[in-house]
Every structure is written in C-alpha cells, then in structure tokens.
Ligand binder design. Sequence first.
Ligand code: NDP
Length: 291
Amino acid sequence: MTESKIIDGKAFAEKFCGEIAAEVATLKPHGTPGLAVVLVGEDPASAVYVRNKGRQTVAAGMNSFEHRLPASLSEDDLIALIGQLNRDDSVHGILVQLPLPPQISADRVLAVIDPAKDVDGFHVVNAGRLATGLPALVPCTPQGCMMLLKSVIPDMSGLKAVVIGRSNIVGKPMAQLLLQQNCTVVMAHSRTRNIAEECRQADILIAAVGRPRMIRGDWIKPGAAVIDVGINRVDNENGKSKLVGDVAFDEALGVAGYITPVPGGVGPMTIACLLQNTAIAFKAQRKLEQA
Ligand code: NDP
C-alpha cells in the first residue's frame, strides 16, 4: 500500500494568483492588463465559469471586460466583436467561452482571435508554436497540470507519461508539454486497445476523458503521479448532484504516489493560468517581454 499524497490544486492556485497579482502591481507604470471574456447564450455552467474568471481577474488587479450575448447571435456578429477586441488597446487577452451555439463554428471564431491575445492558447499559431518548441501562449488546463506535476516531480526526464484524451484543448497540448520535459509520451483515446494495460505502465497518468471514474485503482502503477482533469456531474446516493473526476479517487488512494482531487485539483489552476497568460500577453504587447 502506497501512501498517496493529495495535490492541493486550490491552495497552489491561490498562492500562484497572489504571485500574479504582485507582478501585475509591478507592471502598473506600463498600464493594466485587460481580459475580455465573451459568453454567447445562457449555458449555466459557462455562466458560472465566466463569473469566476471575471472575479479573479479583478482580484489580480487586472481589468475584466465581459461581453454577454444572446444565444441567437450570428457568427458574423461574433467575428465582428472579436475584430473590435483585437483592435482595442485596453484588451490584452480575449477568451471566447466554449461551447458556442450550433449556428456558430468555434473553429472559425477562434481563428480570428489575434494570436498575441489568444490567452486560451487555442489558435493554430499558438498550437504550432507549442508543437515546434517556440514560445507560445499555452492552453491553461495543461499548463496548470504541468505546474502541479512539477511541484511533486521536478525532473520528469525519461519517465513514461500516458495521456488519456486527445482533444486540442487538453490532451494534445498536455502531451507536448510532457515531451518538452523529456517524458516518453503515450496518447490514449477511444480507439486505444487495452487502455488499462497502457495506464499500468505510466509513471505519470493524465486523465482528460470526461467519463466519471473510468480509471480504476488497478489501472494505476503503484507510486504513479495521477492528474485528474475530468469534471463530471453525477447523482450521489441522496439524489443530489456532485462533481467527480475521470479517476475512481477512492480506489486510487493507496496506489498512486500523488493524485489530484476533483474538485480542488486541476480546476482552480486553469483560471490561475488564464491570469498568467493575460499578464504574459500584456508584457509581450507592451514589448516588456517576449510571449
Ligand atoms: P473531449 O470530449 O474534447 O475529449 C475527450 C477525449 O477522451 C477524446 O480524445 C476521446 O477520444 C477520449 N475518450 C472518450 N471516451 C474514451 C474512452 N472510453 N476511452 C479512452 N478515451 C476516451 O473533452 P476535453 O478534452 O474537452 O475534456 C476532457 C475532460 O476534462 C472533461 O471532463 C472536461 O469537463 C474536463 N475539463 C476540465 C477542465 C478543468 O479546468 N479542470 C478544462 C477542460 C476540460 P476520441 O478522440 O477517440 O473521441
């Protein structure tokens, strides 16, 4: 039985946000970083995320600009708004909250965000820069996972990392970041054969699937570092809903060396990294530092 260390993402993110706020204060002579968040429609989960992002942006000493638009908005009108935000000197970061309503193509919208203001790191220019090892605005969730991992395994060189999930926003950039750390990376997905066996070989296991408790205790190599990105709402015994990850946390305890909880693991780091990206984008646009 391994004693599992729970990685407290909430505490880590709070400390990190404090550091970002301190840096933003030192940047004051050059202006105030500004983050524009665009929400189309009334998806309740998205509305909560946007409210939290706005609150934390202001708490870090930055300007928050929220654009709440009706679900009936046309793609052309959203693209026109992004054009305005691209030209607005008080806006250094632009985030379009996903998902978008069906009449709007997320790919077309993300493509018109100025890559220098693309604080989500979803633009193909930033994805390409990350893949080729150039400085880039890195997607926030994998960046947050990497910070948590580094806090417990400073040198990952030569370790085997398995990433379950190959989305553009989590799985693929996560694999790139692990490669940069000289891990041997396996990307697993819905067509992977014998996924449990792949996982059992992982010194580092990243679960980004969106399936509650899919990764069982006996899929985990004893002592492995397990980062659970999944956020799944399920009903508990009392008929009330609760959040669980992609990892069966209770089973993983006692096997994993390190594990992130859900909630309170990766989630808080995502917003912290968004604030960091906004500060990075500000400094690059003000020519204080390269992005
Ligand atoms: P996507 O739905 O875009 O991708 C899910 C991935 O999981 C796909 O690559 C899919 O494979 C793979 N997959 C699905 N079913 C299986 C299976 N049975 N076995 C193996 N692989 C499977 O999700 P996201 O990447 O956007 O998000 C993943 C999870 O992370 C979700 O729970 C989401 O809520 C959460 N999330 C959390 C964030 C945070 O801040 N903590 C931020 C972003 C996401 P294939 O490509 O073959 O279809």
